[in-house]
Design a protein around this ligand. Structure first.
Ligand SMILES: O=C(O)CCC(=O)C(=O)O
Length: 263
């Protein structure tokens, strides 16, 4: 699926924009399902916590800023299940992680209109820590993205740093993992605008973030995590849960037991 140039770009920069993976018909179906999931299953709240909020937003905006989110859309919607296990997405993942690829999770991130939640600079590793970097997050775009609605932005080449310690606690208590905003600025990142139906993918170690949505429309995307099945998860979201094999085979590791069928 990917050219050698695309694979080399990912290895060098830690991210890759893959246009037009889903057709307009597929996007329309996913979009309808997404709206239904947003209405019936998702939660809208203040989103990620931490001192970065006051650095990114004035007090009034910070109070209003919200995120609509839910995990694992593919447990609720057959079109989403088909999309994220589709042979074309699996083939892209196999080109970067392969030959064996396991689906780990899917997570909806919707920035509601006008003050939709910005994301502080962070790696995804603290949210679902793995033994190594053979893990890729894929953003399935359902809306065109640009500066005003908070397109995804990357710190070029930052995946080469490996896992970095994040701020997870302040004097006020625990907060969402993020990098100190004094040292990691959104201004120093590369914006990657995309069209609906495009994928933007990045390493679990690539530092990224996004600005607030200032437009009058929601910015909808879904992040999907894929890994080499041999890359053991150590902590975080969906720890210990097996995922579907979307490409190749689950090679048996030394001493590995089959999955338990009874509690
Ligand atoms: O939705 C965004 O703009 C950022 C998403 C993000 O940071 C993430 O999925 O880790």
């Amino acid at each position: 699926m990917l050219t050698q140039i695309q694979v080399a770009f990912y290895l060098d920069h830690g991210y890759l924009h893959v246009p037009e993976v889903f057709t307009p018909v597929e996007v329309d179906e996913l979009s309808v399902e997404m709206n239904r999931l947003m209405a019936e299953w998702a939660t809208t709240n203040q989103g990620w916590t931490g001192p970065w909020r006051k650095a990114y937003m004035d007090a009034a905006t910070e109070q209003k800023s919200k995120l609509t989110a839910m995990h694992d859309l593919h447990f609720y919607s057959a079109p989403w299940m088909r999309a994220i296990t589709s042979p074309k997405v699996a083939a892209i993942m196999a080109d970067l992680l392969g030959p064996n690829v396991e689906l780990h999770h899917s997570t909806m991130h919707v920035k509601p209109p006008s003050t939709g939640h910005p994301f502080p600079m962070h790696q995804d590793d603290p949210f679902y820590t793995h033994e190594n970097g053979e893990y890729i997050d894929v953003l399935v775009h359902l809306d065109d993205t640009f500066h005003a609605n908070g397109e995804i932005r990357f710190l070029d080449g930052s995946h080469k740093l490996g896992a970095i310690k994040h701020v997870t606690e302040t004097e006020q208590g625990r907060c969402s993992p993020h990098l100190p905003f004094e040292d990691y600025a959104l201004e120093s990142t590369v914006p990657v605008s995309a069209k609906k139906g495009d994928l933007v993918l990045f390493s679990i170690y690539t530092i990224h973030g996004s600005y607030i949505n200032t437009t009058d429309k929601a910015r909808r995307l879904v992040r999907v995590g894929y890994r080499n099945p041999a890359n053991k998860q150590l902590a975080g979201q969906s720890l210990g849960r097996p995922g579907l094999i979307v490409a190749g085979y689950r090679e048996r590791q030394d001493g590995q037991l089959p999955f338990a069928v009874e509690a």
